[in-house]
Structure formats: C-alpha cells, structure tokens
Write a protein that binds this ligand. Sequence first.
Ligand SMILES: Nc1ncnc2c1ncn2[C@@H]1O[C@H](COP(=O)(O)OP(=O)(O)OP(=O)(O)O)[C@@H](O)[C@H]1O
Ligand SMILES: [Mg+2]
Length: 253
Amino acid sequence: MSETPILDVRGVSKRFGAVQALTNVDFQARSGEVMALVGDNGAGKSTLIKGIAGIYPFDGGEIHFEGKKVNIHNPKDSAALGIEVVYQDLALADNLDVVANMFLGRERIQKPWQLDEASMEKACIETLVSLSVSTLRSVRQAVAGLSGGQRQAIAVAKAVMWNSKVVILDEPTAALGVAQTRQVLDLVKRLAQQGLAVVIISHNLHDIFEVADRITVLRLGYKVKEFLTKDTTQQEVVHAITAGTLESVPGMV
Ligand SMILES: Nc1ncnc2c1ncn2[C@@H]1O[C@H](COP(=O)(O)OP(=O)(O)OP(=O)(O)O)[C@@H](O)[C@H]1O
Ligand SMILES: [Mg+2]
C-alpha cells in the first residue's frame, strides 16, 4: 500500500442547473489499493467519476495526479494520464468479437487499410491471461454471446490493456449473479495486486467489505466520511450513508 495517493481530487463541485450534485468533495485513490465509493441514489458518485473522467468537467476544485496538478477537460485528457473508467452500460459493441472490442478506436495498423489482427489478438490474450480471465471460449467470439460477468471482464481487461494506472468501475456487479459477481470481485483484487489504483462504486456493502481497503461515503453531494475498511463495520458505513454529517469544513485539510 502506498501512502501518497496517485489520484488526489481536492474540493471539487458540480452543479447541474438547480441541482448542486457535488459540493467541495475531496477524494483519493492509491496505487495497489481498492477505494470504494458509496452513497445513496443521487449522492453524486457517478458525477464524481464523470468529472474525473472529463465527461462533465467540475465547476471548481483541483485534480492532482502523481503529485502534480492536472487539467482534465475531456475523456482524452483522463485517458492520457492513465485513468480508465468502466461504465455500467459497458459500451461494448455487441456485433464485434472480443479482440475488436478491446482495440475499438485504437486499432493497430499493419499497412494502410490493413489491421494487424495477429498482434492485436496476441495482446488481447496476454491481457486476459494476466488477469486470469479463463471463462472465455475464444477471443474471436462476438461479445453479444457473452454472459454479464464475461462482458464485465472484457470491459475491465480493455481498461487494463491501455497501461492504465487508475481503473474506476461504476457498479460492476449490479446486474450479475452470484458466480459472476465472484469473478468480477476476484478481478478487482487482482488489479490492485498488480499495482493499479482501483475505485469501485457499489451498493453492496458485503462486496465492498470483501475487496476495498478504504471506503469513501458521499451523501447529498458532500463527502461525509472516509473509512479504513479494517477499522470499521457495515453498520457504521450504513449510518454514514443514511445519516452522515460533515466532520470538517469541505475542502479544508
Ligand atoms: N447530466 C445530468 N443532468 C442533470 N442532473 C444530473 C445529471 N447527472 C446527475 N444529475 C443529478 O446529480 C445528482 C447526483 O447524481 P449521480 O448520478 O451522481 O448519483 P449517484 O450517486 O451515482 O446515484 P446512483 O446510486 O443512483 O447511481 C442527482 O440529483 C442527479 O439527478
Ligand atoms: Mg450512479
């Protein structure tokens, strides 16, 4: 576990019209650790992630990455830093196979107009093997025929393949059954073991207590608490989610 956070979000705010979705929120992620982001519906979890990804840039506040202040105005900026987000809808192309999905938009070219299929297939298989994703029959299988857990694994592997340093997963197990949830949680642990900083949004505290080192709680757009998982209980976290009040002035250290 590293002490300095690779991703250090300081005092960010975001307003959508009349809705103040985030107010002066601090949030951190550390390499080799899993940070859970929890809170009730509408607490601002997805908004925080989308701000970090550059989809809806923040109105105010700062983002520091690897110790330096950075500007993230769009998804290209966050990808260039090594931040990858796996959204709940996954954004996979059903009609394409696994390899084509993992290289979508960043295909390797051999000659003009010709894709380097062999090298892409090799890189794809290597990534899946490194993550111990073993339930796929073939990387030439169309994604439409995969289970929810397999799709999630592909989306995560795609994020990992691009030298990412921070992988953010927005409710990766929400639609999955028991066995598939198991696979995804194991994958989350392996990402952290490989040295990545992982952020996971989930409503399932049981899952969070299994994989997360730390837990950040948002409530009504405020950060109300950050827990070390080993020092807290599900009951304490539920209390923070439903009734948490601010412990300090937002944005102040
Ligand atoms: N694009 C948008 N336009 C307007 N309001 C938005 C937009 N995105 C989010 N909001 C509002 O911001 C607030 C926070 O929403 P957000 O999606 O971040 O919540 P969440 O914590 O991810 O909730 P859930 O657990 O339901 O996914 C909500 O009040 C929501 O209605
Ligand atoms: Mg959300």
